[in-house]
Design a protein around this ligand. Structure first.
Ligand code: B12
Length: 210
Protein backbone atom coordinates (compact mmCIF):
# COMPACT_ATOMS: atom_id res chain seq x y z
CA UNK A 1 0.00 0.00 0.00
CA UNK A 2 2.76 2.48 0.92
CA UNK A 3 4.59 1.72 -2.32
CA UNK A 4 1.38 2.26 -4.29
CA UNK A 5 0.80 5.64 -2.65
CA UNK A 6 4.40 6.62 -3.34
CA UNK A 7 4.01 5.58 -7.00
CA UNK A 8 0.73 7.48 -7.40
CA UNK A 9 2.39 10.63 -6.01
CA UNK A 10 5.31 10.22 -8.41
CA UNK A 11 2.80 9.84 -11.26
CA UNK A 12 1.15 13.06 -10.08
CA UNK A 13 -2.14 11.14 -10.10
CA UNK A 14 -4.32 13.13 -7.70
CA UNK A 15 -7.38 10.86 -7.95
CA UNK A 16 -5.45 7.62 -7.55
CA UNK A 17 -3.49 9.03 -4.59
CA UNK A 18 -6.70 10.13 -2.85
CA UNK A 19 -8.40 6.78 -3.55
CA UNK A 20 -5.43 4.83 -2.13
CA UNK A 21 -5.22 6.99 0.98
CA UNK A 22 -8.97 6.58 1.56
CA UNK A 23 -8.55 2.83 1.24
CA UNK A 24 -5.56 2.79 3.59
CA UNK A 25 -7.58 4.66 6.23
CA UNK A 26 -10.63 2.43 5.69
CA UNK A 27 -8.34 -0.61 6.15
CA UNK A 28 -7.33 0.77 9.53
CA UNK A 29 -3.79 1.92 8.76
CA UNK A 30 -2.45 4.65 11.05
CA UNK A 31 -2.62 8.09 9.37
CA UNK A 32 0.89 8.97 10.60
CA UNK A 33 2.26 5.79 9.09
CA UNK A 34 0.55 6.49 5.75
CA UNK A 35 2.10 9.96 5.81
CA UNK A 36 5.61 8.85 6.81
CA UNK A 37 5.87 5.67 4.75
CA UNK A 38 3.84 6.57 1.66
CA UNK A 39 3.45 10.31 1.11
CA UNK A 40 6.72 11.77 2.39
CA UNK A 41 8.91 9.19 0.58
CA UNK A 42 6.85 9.95 -2.57
CA UNK A 43 7.38 13.71 -2.52
CA UNK A 44 11.03 13.28 -1.44
CA UNK A 45 11.68 10.96 -4.36
CA UNK A 46 10.05 13.53 -6.68
CA UNK A 47 12.47 16.12 -5.25
CA UNK A 48 15.45 13.81 -5.84
CA UNK A 49 14.36 13.19 -9.44
CA UNK A 50 13.97 16.94 -9.91
CA UNK A 51 17.50 17.47 -8.61
CA UNK A 52 18.77 14.76 -10.98
CA UNK A 53 16.97 16.56 -13.83
CA UNK A 54 14.86 13.48 -14.50
CA UNK A 55 11.77 15.38 -13.38
CA UNK A 56 10.89 18.88 -14.54
CA UNK A 57 8.79 21.53 -12.86
CA UNK A 58 5.36 20.36 -14.18
CA UNK A 59 6.04 16.87 -12.77
CA UNK A 60 7.16 18.35 -9.45
CA UNK A 61 3.98 20.45 -9.33
CA UNK A 62 1.67 17.47 -9.99
CA UNK A 63 3.56 15.38 -7.41
CA UNK A 64 3.03 18.28 -4.96
CA UNK A 65 -0.70 18.37 -5.81
CA UNK A 66 -1.06 14.62 -5.28
CA UNK A 67 0.70 14.97 -1.89
CA UNK A 68 -1.65 17.80 -0.92
CA UNK A 69 -4.68 15.68 -1.86
CA UNK A 70 -3.36 12.91 0.40
CA UNK A 71 -2.75 15.37 3.22
CA UNK A 72 -6.25 16.80 3.00
CA UNK A 73 -7.47 13.33 3.92
CA UNK A 74 -4.79 12.54 6.50
CA UNK A 75 -4.51 15.79 8.45
CA UNK A 76 -8.08 15.77 9.85
CA UNK A 77 -7.41 12.23 11.07
CA UNK A 78 -4.20 13.33 12.78
CA UNK A 79 -6.00 16.28 14.35
CA UNK A 80 -8.68 14.03 15.83
CA UNK A 81 -6.11 12.86 18.34
CA UNK A 82 -5.94 16.33 19.80
CA UNK A 83 -6.92 16.62 23.41
CA UNK A 84 -9.01 19.78 23.34
CA UNK A 85 -9.10 20.07 27.14
CA UNK A 86 -5.40 20.42 27.71
CA UNK A 87 -3.80 22.99 25.48
CA UNK A 88 -0.07 22.35 25.57
CA UNK A 89 0.49 25.98 24.51
CA UNK A 90 -0.27 28.39 21.69
CA UNK A 91 1.71 28.03 18.48
CA UNK A 92 1.64 30.44 15.55
CA UNK A 93 3.24 29.00 12.41
CA UNK A 94 3.70 30.05 8.79
CA UNK A 95 5.93 29.87 5.73
CA UNK A 96 7.92 33.08 5.30
CA UNK A 97 7.35 35.75 2.66
CA UNK A 98 8.16 34.79 -0.92
CA UNK A 99 7.97 31.07 -0.17
CA UNK A 100 5.03 28.98 -1.43
CA UNK A 101 6.05 25.60 0.04
CA UNK A 102 3.38 24.47 2.48
CA UNK A 103 3.53 20.68 2.76
CA UNK A 104 6.17 20.42 5.51
CA UNK A 105 4.82 23.39 7.48
CA UNK A 106 1.29 21.93 7.39
CA UNK A 107 2.57 18.57 8.66
CA UNK A 108 4.31 20.32 11.55
CA UNK A 109 1.10 22.29 12.29
CA UNK A 110 -1.02 19.13 12.31
CA UNK A 111 1.37 17.15 14.47
CA UNK A 112 1.51 20.00 16.99
CA UNK A 113 -2.24 20.20 17.01
CA UNK A 114 -2.48 16.42 17.46
CA UNK A 115 -0.07 16.78 20.41
CA UNK A 116 -2.46 19.24 22.08
CA UNK A 117 -1.07 22.62 21.00
CA UNK A 118 -3.47 25.35 19.94
CA UNK A 119 -2.15 26.03 16.46
CA UNK A 120 -2.71 29.09 14.28
CA UNK A 121 -1.50 28.27 10.79
CA UNK A 122 -1.02 31.51 8.86
CA UNK A 123 -0.32 29.68 5.60
CA UNK A 124 2.36 30.54 3.06
CA UNK A 125 4.05 33.76 1.89
CA UNK A 126 3.59 35.41 5.30
CA UNK A 127 5.23 38.82 5.76
CA UNK A 128 7.11 39.88 8.89
CA UNK A 129 4.41 42.51 9.52
CA UNK A 130 1.68 39.86 9.49
CA UNK A 131 3.65 37.65 11.91
CA UNK A 132 4.06 40.62 14.27
CA UNK A 133 0.33 41.46 14.11
CA UNK A 134 -0.60 37.86 14.90
CA UNK A 135 1.89 37.70 17.80
CA UNK A 136 0.30 40.83 19.24
CA UNK A 137 -3.26 39.53 19.02
CA UNK A 138 -2.76 35.80 19.72
CA UNK A 139 0.03 36.14 22.32
CA UNK A 140 1.39 32.65 21.53
CA UNK A 141 4.09 30.76 23.45
CA UNK A 142 5.77 29.73 20.20
CA UNK A 143 6.34 31.02 16.70
CA UNK A 144 7.34 28.60 13.91
CA UNK A 145 8.94 29.91 10.73
CA UNK A 146 9.24 27.60 7.73
CA UNK A 147 11.53 28.29 4.73
CA UNK A 148 12.24 25.86 1.90
CA UNK A 149 14.33 28.10 -0.33
CA UNK A 150 17.82 29.35 0.37
CA UNK A 151 16.58 32.69 -0.97
CA UNK A 152 13.80 32.94 1.66
CA UNK A 153 15.83 31.76 4.67
CA UNK A 154 16.92 35.39 5.41
CA UNK A 155 13.22 36.20 5.92
CA UNK A 156 13.38 34.13 9.11
CA UNK A 157 16.05 36.53 10.36
CA UNK A 158 13.87 39.47 9.27
CA UNK A 159 10.97 38.24 11.39
CA UNK A 160 13.24 37.82 14.42
CA UNK A 161 14.60 41.35 13.92
CA UNK A 162 11.05 42.70 13.57
CA UNK A 163 10.12 40.98 16.85
CA UNK A 164 13.04 42.72 18.54
CA UNK A 165 12.01 46.08 17.10
CA UNK A 166 8.44 45.58 18.30
CA UNK A 167 9.72 44.72 21.81
CA UNK A 168 8.22 41.22 21.54
CA UNK A 169 11.32 39.06 21.24
CA UNK A 170 11.26 37.79 24.83
CA UNK A 171 7.51 37.11 24.72
CA UNK A 172 7.70 34.19 22.29
CA UNK A 173 10.03 31.26 21.56
CA UNK A 174 10.98 31.16 17.90
CA UNK A 175 11.58 27.85 16.13
CA UNK A 176 12.81 27.60 12.56
CA UNK A 177 12.65 24.74 10.07
CA UNK A 178 12.57 23.71 6.44
CA UNK A 179 14.90 21.59 4.29
CA UNK A 180 17.77 24.13 3.91
CA UNK A 181 17.61 25.24 7.57
CA UNK A 182 20.04 23.88 10.18
CA UNK A 183 20.73 24.27 13.87
CA UNK A 184 23.78 26.39 12.96
CA UNK A 185 21.53 28.75 10.98
CA UNK A 186 19.03 28.87 13.86
CA UNK A 187 21.81 29.86 16.22
CA UNK A 188 23.22 32.42 13.80
CA UNK A 189 19.93 34.28 13.43
CA UNK A 190 19.10 34.12 17.13
CA UNK A 191 16.22 31.62 16.97
CA UNK A 192 15.42 29.54 20.06
CA UNK A 193 15.39 26.22 18.28
CA UNK A 194 15.49 24.15 15.12
CA UNK A 195 13.81 20.84 14.35
CA UNK A 196 14.48 18.68 11.31
CA UNK A 197 11.00 17.18 11.12
CA UNK A 198 7.52 17.34 12.62
CA UNK A 199 8.15 14.75 15.32
CA UNK A 200 11.28 16.62 16.47
CA UNK A 201 9.31 19.90 16.37
CA UNK A 202 6.70 18.51 18.77
CA UNK A 203 9.44 17.22 21.10
CA UNK A 204 11.20 20.58 21.03
CA UNK A 205 8.01 22.52 21.83
CA UNK A 206 7.08 20.15 24.66
CA UNK A 207 10.57 20.31 26.12
CA UNK A 208 10.60 24.11 25.97
CA UNK A 209 7.31 24.23 27.93
CA UNK A 210 8.73 22.22 30.85
C1 B12 B 1 7.07 19.91 -3.47
C2 B12 B 1 8.06 20.99 -3.85
C3 B12 B 1 7.58 22.12 -4.51
C4 B12 B 1 6.09 22.34 -4.76
C5 B12 B 1 5.43 22.88 -3.47
C6 B12 B 1 4.02 22.38 -3.31
C7 B12 B 1 3.42 22.80 -1.99
N1 B12 B 1 2.12 22.99 -2.01
O1 B12 B 1 4.08 22.96 -0.96
C8 B12 B 1 6.13 23.38 -5.93
C9 B12 B 1 6.18 22.63 -7.22
C10 B12 B 1 5.00 24.42 -5.95
C11 B12 B 1 7.52 23.99 -5.71
C12 B12 B 1 7.88 25.22 -6.23
C13 B12 B 1 9.18 25.69 -6.22
N2 B12 B 1 10.27 25.04 -5.78
CO1 B12 B 1 10.17 23.45 -4.69
N3 B12 B 1 10.35 21.75 -3.91
C14 B12 B 1 9.46 20.86 -3.55
C15 B12 B 1 10.20 19.63 -2.93
C16 B12 B 1 10.31 18.55 -4.00
C17 B12 B 1 9.60 19.00 -1.72
C18 B12 B 1 9.27 19.95 -0.57
C19 B12 B 1 8.39 19.18 0.40
O2 B12 B 1 7.18 19.38 0.43
N4 B12 B 1 9.01 18.23 1.12
C20 B12 B 1 8.29 17.30 2.01
C21 B12 B 1 8.14 17.93 3.39
C22 B12 B 1 7.47 16.90 4.32
O3 B12 B 1 9.43 18.22 3.91
P1 B12 B 1 9.86 19.69 4.37
O4 B12 B 1 9.14 20.71 3.60
O5 B12 B 1 11.35 19.76 4.43
O6 B12 B 1 9.31 19.81 5.87
C23 B12 B 1 9.77 19.02 6.95
C24 B12 B 1 10.97 19.65 7.70
O7 B12 B 1 11.77 20.51 6.90
C25 B12 B 1 10.39 20.30 8.90
N5 B12 B 1 9.87 21.67 8.82
C26 B12 B 1 9.34 22.33 7.77
N6 B12 B 1 8.90 23.54 8.12
C27 B12 B 1 9.14 23.67 9.44
C28 B12 B 1 8.91 24.73 10.31
C29 B12 B 1 9.29 24.62 11.64
C30 B12 B 1 9.02 25.73 12.56
C31 B12 B 1 9.93 23.44 12.11
C32 B12 B 1 10.39 23.34 13.49
C33 B12 B 1 10.17 22.36 11.21
C34 B12 B 1 9.77 22.49 9.90
O8 B12 B 1 9.31 19.43 9.22
C35 B12 B 1 8.66 19.05 8.00
C36 B12 B 1 7.92 17.76 8.21
O9 B12 B 1 8.76 16.68 8.54
C37 B12 B 1 11.59 20.27 -2.60
C38 B12 B 1 12.78 19.28 -2.54
C39 B12 B 1 13.19 18.90 -1.15
N7 B12 B 1 13.94 17.85 -1.06
O10 B12 B 1 12.89 19.57 -0.16
C40 B12 B 1 11.73 21.34 -3.68
C41 B12 B 1 12.62 22.55 -3.46
C42 B12 B 1 12.48 23.08 -2.03
N8 B12 B 1 12.05 23.53 -4.40
C43 B12 B 1 12.96 24.23 -5.00
C44 B12 B 1 12.71 25.24 -5.96
C45 B12 B 1 13.92 25.84 -6.65
C46 B12 B 1 11.40 25.65 -6.25
C47 B12 B 1 11.00 26.76 -7.23
C48 B12 B 1 11.84 28.05 -7.14
C49 B12 B 1 11.00 26.16 -8.63
C50 B12 B 1 10.83 27.14 -9.76
N9 B12 B 1 11.89 27.22 -10.55
O11 B12 B 1 9.81 27.78 -9.89
C51 B12 B 1 9.54 27.03 -6.81
C52 B12 B 1 9.46 28.11 -5.71
C53 B12 B 1 8.12 28.69 -5.50
C54 B12 B 1 8.14 29.59 -4.26
N10 B12 B 1 8.24 30.87 -4.45
O12 B12 B 1 8.11 29.10 -3.16
C55 B12 B 1 14.37 23.85 -4.53
C56 B12 B 1 15.00 24.87 -3.58
C57 B12 B 1 16.46 25.10 -3.87
C58 B12 B 1 17.06 26.11 -2.97
N11 B12 B 1 18.27 25.83 -2.59
O13 B12 B 1 16.52 27.10 -2.61
C59 B12 B 1 14.13 22.43 -3.93
C60 B12 B 1 15.11 22.05 -2.81
C61 B12 B 1 14.26 21.43 -5.13
C62 B12 B 1 15.65 21.41 -5.74
N12 B12 B 1 16.52 20.56 -5.28
O14 B12 B 1 15.96 22.18 -6.61
N13 B12 B 1 8.32 23.16 -5.03
Amino acid sequence: MFEKIKAAILDGDVEETAALVKKALADGLEPLEVLNKGCIPGIEKAGALFEAEEFFLPELITAGEATKAAMELLLPELRKKEDAWQSAGKFVIGTVEGDMHDIGKSIVASMLSAAGFEVFDLGIDVSAERFIEEIKTKEPDFLGLSALLTSTMPKQQEVIDALKEAGLRDKVKVFVGGAPVSSEWAEKIGADGYAEDAVAAVKLAKKSKE
